[in-house]
Ligand binder design. Sequence first.
Ligand code: HPA
Length: 273
Amino acid sequence: MNPNYEKLQRCLKTVRERTDFVPEIALVLGSGLGDYARNMEVEYELPYREIPGFPVSTAPGHDGRFIFGRVGGRKVVCMKGRVHFYEGYEISDVILPIRLMYLLGAKILFLTNAAGGIGDGFQPGDFMMITDHISSFAVNPLIGPNIDELGERFPDMSNAYDPGLQETIRSAAKELGIVLREGVYVQATGPSYESPAEIRMFKLLGADAVGMSTVPEVIAANHCGFRVCAISCISNLAAGIAKHKLTMEEVFEAGRKAAPLFEKLVTKVIEDF
Ligand code: HPA
């Protein structure tokens, strides 16, 4: 058996020994948005470190645990904290949690992240629904022998962000009176922020927001059959557009400020899926 698939099956077995919860929706919380769980009717919590072999995040602000519970009656597994490639994990480990949530039963993946704004007129605190991505600067998580049990060798990415889910998000934002931008997310490797020249390049290539996560997760999720959607919280203007030095504190602070509105949006979207 493919060693990555074997590891995934071991993780699945451990989770199943702890809970028989079958989620409909998998939710991944980005930087500064980790407190969303207070909006959930929690049924069970499982720290990542209690799952042998599971990657445990070292990133600040990423307290790693699965939270199983309900949002407006919908059964959700929430990842409080994700792992990033820049932490030094194998790319197969970065996406293992996504595959695991699929095998637990989730069919919709809702990703959130903090991102730097590149698009014209973007401001910190804006929300951007991701309509497409540029993965060319990040490692493709499907490199290596294909896991046929999960999906095909050459998965299509024409609709990596499910058009129906995008429509749900649009309507939910409209009903709540929340301004929702839309655009293309580019993943840089991090952990350094981008240079102003890199941001100018990304803008020329058609990117509206830049971050250090999400794209490998989206690719792996499409590979295994998830319907995927994602929203970025624009925490700062990207390097060179911002006139000041970028700091992690700024990113977290923007996340914290945006959190109440963001949580409202996430809840309504989940209810409406
Ligand atoms: N660049 C990359 N990742 C980020 C940024 C940024 O400006 N802001 C939040 N995450």
